[in-house]
Design a protein around this ligand. Structure first.
Ligand code: PLP
Length: 458
C-alpha cells in the first residue's frame, strides 16, 4: 500500500515522538518525509531532490546507495546475525574491526570497546576513566572537565559532558563531577584578538579550572577536535597543543570525542591528528559505518588499557550489542572503501582545500561573516551588520529562516543559532562542491531578500 505524504505525516504526528523536536510546531507543518538516497542526494516523498550538505547527521560519509555496505550486512546476517561478547565469547567481525581501528589510530592505542552510539560510548568513557583512577588508588580523581556548547550525546552522561544549556535544563543535569569551561570560539568571543593568542588563552581556561577544582581531583578533559553540533567551531591552531601540554603537566587523561571528526572528516583518520592532540581515549560512532547501521565505541590508549587489563579486574560494564557482528561487518566494509578510494588523503589534499577556498569566498556576501572550514566541515555566521559586528536579535531565529530557504532550494544546510553549517559526504567531488556552493549562494541571496523584506536588515 502506497501512503500519501499527508497520510505518513498524520501517522507520524499521531505516534512518532522525534528527537530534539517541538511536537506542536511539527504537527502544524507536518514532517518532511525522506524516502530514498543516492550519492550525495536524498529525495522526499514528493520526489524533490535535495543535496545533502550534512551527510545525514554527520555520518553518511560514503554517500547513499553503497551496495558493498548493504552486501556486507546481508552476508553477515545470514552467517551470524547476532551473538554477544559477554561470557568469554567473541565474533569474527568484532575482533577484526577492533584490530583495524587500532591500526588506523596508531601506536598509542591497543584496544577498542564497542557500543552502538556516540552517547553510549561517552558513558563508557566516564565509567572507564573513573575505574582507571580508582584502580590506580586515586578514587578522588573523578571530575571530568568539558566545554560549554560541546555535544557529547544525549544520554545522562553524554548530555552532562555536553555543554548545551537547553539540555541541562531538562532532567536535572549535569550529573555530579562534570564541569565546563568556555569554548575556543574566536569569532564569537574575541574577533579582534590575534587568533593564535586567543587559542592559548582559551586553552589556559582549562588550567584555571584544574587549579580551581584541585589537580588531585581532575580525572580527564574531553573535547571534540572541532565542535560540531555547537556550530562547527574550529579552534585556533595553538589551542589543542596547549590543551595537551596542560593535560600532561597535571597528568590528567585527554579524551577526544571523534564521533564527527573520526574516519576522515578532517582529512586525517582521526581529527586529533589534525589538531596536534594525543588523546588517551577516543570516542567514535557516526562515520565508522557511514551511518548505514548503528555502531560506536571507544579507542583505548595503552596508558589506560594496560592498567585496566593488568589491575582493573572485571569491568562491570557493557551492552547487549557491544561488538554486534553485523554492525562490525558493515564498518569493516566501510573502512575498506575509504582506504581503497583514498578518501582521507583526498579530503586533506584535494576536496578539503577546494571547499575551503570556495567557502571562504562567501565572505563577500552581505550576510556572511566568519566563514571557515576544516576538511569537510564548514561554518559561517549570519550577521546583521558584519562591519560593526552586530548580530541579529536571537528571537528572530534568522538561522531558521535561512534553513527554510535552503530546504526550498533543494539543499540541506543546518542552522545552529545564526551559524549555518555543512558537513558534506567525504565522497563529494569538486564538481559537486561547485554545485553545493552555487546552491548555498542562492539560499543566502533568498535569505537576504527575505530579511530585507521583513525590515530586519539595516
Ligand atoms: C552525534 C555525536 C554524539 C552522539 O552520538 P549518538 O550516536 O547520537 O549517540 C557524541 N559526540 C559527538 C561529537 C557527536 O557529534
Amino acid at each position: 500500500m502506497m501512503l500519501s505524504t499527508r497520510e505518513i505525516q498524520e501517522l507520524d504526528s499521531a505516534h512518532y515522538m522525534h528527537p530534539f523536536t517541538d511536537h506542536k510546531g511539527l504537527a502544524a507543518k507536518g514532517a518532511r518525509v525522506i524516502t530514498r538516497g543516492e550519492g550525495v542526494y536524498i529525495w522526499d516523498s514528493e520526489d524533490k531532490k535535495i543535496f545533502d550538505g550534512m551527510s545525514g547527521l554527520w555520518c553518511v560519509n560514503l554517500g547513499y546507495g553503497r551496495k558493498e555496505l548493504v552486501d556486507a550486512a546481508a552476508k553477515q546476517m545470514e552467517v551470524l546475525p547476532f551473538y554477544n561478547s559477554f561470557f568469554k565469547t567473541t565474533n569474527v567481525p568484532a575482533a577484526q574491526l577492533a584490530a583495524k581501528i587500532v591500526s588506523l589510530a596508531g601506536d598509542r592505542y591497543s584496544h577498542v570497546f564497542f557500543g552502538s552510539s556516540g552517547s553510549e560510548s561517552n558513558d563508557t568513557i566516564v565509567r572507564m576513566v573513573r575505574h582507571y583512577w580508582t584502580t590506580l588508588g586515586q578514587p578522588g580523581r573523578n571530575v571530568i572537565i568539558s566545554r560549554k556548547n560541546a555535544y557529547h550525546g544525549s544520554t545522562m552522561c553524554g548530555a552532562s559532558l555536553g555543554g548545551m544549556s537547553g539540555m541541562h535544563a531538562q532532567g536535572g543535569l549535569p550529573i555530579p563531577g562534570i564541569v565546563h569551561i568556555e569554548q575556543p570560539y574566536h569569532y564569537g568571543l574575541a574577533p579582534n584578538k590575534n587568533k593564535d593568542e586567543f587559542g592559548l588563552e582559551a586553552a589556559g581556561w582549562l588550567e584555571k579550572k584544574i587549579l580551581e577544582v584541585g589537580p588531585e581531583k581532575v580525572a580527564a578533559f574531553i573535547g571534540e577536535p572541532v565542535q560540531g553540533a555547537g556550530g562547527v567551531i574550529i579552534p585556533p591552531k595553538t589551542y589543542w597543543p596547549e590543551i595537551q601540554r596542560i593535560c600532561d603537566k597535571y597528568g590528567i587523561l585527554l579524551i577526544c570525542d571523534e564521533v564527527i571528526c573520526g574516519f576522515g572528516r578532517l582529512g586525517t583518520w582521526f581529527g586529533s591528528e589534525s589538531m596536534g592532540a594525543k588523546p588517551d581515549l577516543m570516542t567514535f560512532a557516526k562515520g565508522v559505518t557511514s551511518g548505514y547501521i548503528p555502531l560506536g565505541g571507544v579507542v583505548v590508549g595503552k596508558r589506560v588499557a594496560e592498567v585496566l587489563i593488568e589491575k582493573g579486574g572485571e569491568f562491570n560494564h557493557g551492552y547487549t550489542y557491544s561488538g554486534h557482528p553485523v554492525a562490525c561487518a558493515v564498518a569493516l566494509a566501510n573502512l575498506e572503501i575509504i582506504e581503497r578510494e583514498g578518501l582521507v588523503k583526498r579530503v586533506r589534499e584535494e576536496t578539503g582545500p577546494y571547499l575551503a577556498q570556495h567557502f571562504a569566498a562567501l565572505s563577500d556576501h552581505p550576510l556572511v561573516a566568519g566563514a571557515e572550514t576544516f576538511g569537510m566541515v564548514a561554518g559561517l555566521v549570519l550577521m546583521k551588520d558584519k562591519k560593526n559586528h552586530i548580530a541579529f536579535d536571537e528571537s528572530l531565529e534568522v538561522g531558521m529562516v535561512c534553513r527554510d530557504h535552503c530546504f526550498s532550494n533543494g539543499l540541506i544546510m543546518r542552522a545552529v543559532g545564526d551559524r549555518m553549517i555543512i558537513a558534506p559526504p567525504l565522497v563529494c567531488t569538486k564538481a559537486q562542491i561547485d554545485e553545493l556552493m552555487a546552491k548555498v549562494r542562492i539560499c543566502l541571496d533568498a535569505t537576504l531578500k527575505d530579511l530585507q523584506g521583513r525590515g530586519w536588515m539595516n
